[in-house]
Ligand binder design. Sequence first.
Ligand SMILES: CCCCCCCC/C=C\C/C=C/C(=O)SCCNC(=O)CCNC(=O)[C@H](O)C(C)(C)COP(=O)(O)OP(=O)(O)OC[C@H]1O[C@@H](n2cnc3c(N)ncnc32)[C@H](O)[C@@H]1OP(=O)(O)O
Length: 302
Amino acid sequence: MALVAGMRVGSRVLFRPWAWLPGAALGRKESAARGRVGARGFGSQRVLVEPDPAAGIAVMKLKSPPVNSLSLELLTEFVISLEKLENDKTFRGIILTSDCPGVFSAGLDLMEMCGKNPAHYAEYWKAVQELWLRLYLSNLVLIAAINGACPAGGCLISLTCDYRVLADNPKYVIGLNETLLGIVAPFWFKDTLVNTIGHRTSERALQLGILFPPAEALQVGMVDKVVPEDQVQSTALSVMAQWLSIPDHARQLTKNMMRKATADRLVKQRDSDIQNFVGFISRDSIQKSLQVYLGKLRQKKG
Ligand SMILES: CCCCCCCC/C=C\C/C=C/C(=O)SCCNC(=O)CCNC(=O)[C@H](O)C(C)(C)COP(=O)(O)OP(=O)(O)OC[C@H]1O[C@@H](n2cnc3c(N)ncnc32)[C@H](O)[C@@H]1OP(=O)(O)O
């Protein structure tokens, strides 16, 4: 059975990774009612969801060891969990964190971008786009509790959140380091960063592929708070309480007003963005750069 299915909305086809799941043919409301999360919690192999319905929040933990690299499977499970929470009116906020010690997320899975065929690259990129769009435009309050290293795609995920709390550990660096791999952050990665830390700081950070340690990350505005490691979760919870004290409709409309134009830029050119990615990543020179980088990562151990 195909993992990826498309649904036409207006002139565009949405990535629907869950479309093959039982119940996918149900209407949105009926499906949501059946899939109500409740207090028991749910999850999947790679995404653990710990709901607190009384508080209206859920803690979502990425658990794809060793480093939460964003494989197609993790992206798919992430989107499914997100949709379940979005569809359940009980929930107003999500704290996003990692279940892998020392790493929030190592970013996009390099194995998905090496030695595969163009159809695979296209499927993978569509899934990356879909996760970004859903996170960036989420109606829920998203707080990133960053309890580990947070490079590239990991950083992108945290940047889609409304607030970032980073654990104070010099190993927990954060940034879009794509150029260090010999690749280029796509325009929507760049836009997300510019919207967070401004144009000039982004220009320097992106060209140099800077991975900021906590104090510098705070200084440039890449994160909103740095706290001792054992206080990341409690800080995220108290920040969440503050954000939830705002009426949802006013906050959501404001968030949408701030973010829609950025998201629309990708929505309008999803297909060409996929083609650009496939063309770029298929180049021999890029494949070679990625292999060299993977080799260095592996050598680091030995
Ligand atoms: C003209 C314009 C066209 C536009 C085209 C756009 C193209 C843009 C394409 C893509 C954008 C890319 C975005 C990305 O996110 S790329 C990924 C970048 N990630 C990184 O650089 C992080 C790499 N990893 C690390 O630095 C470290 O692993 C760590 C700090 C996260 C954790 O360190 P540590 O705990 O010491 O773990 P190890 O390094 O030992 O790693 C364990 C294990 O995991 C493997 N691994 C690490 N990261 C990845 C990864 N991102 N993908 C796949 N695998 C990864 C590592 O190799 C080890 O494997 P093992 O040796 O087999 O055990």
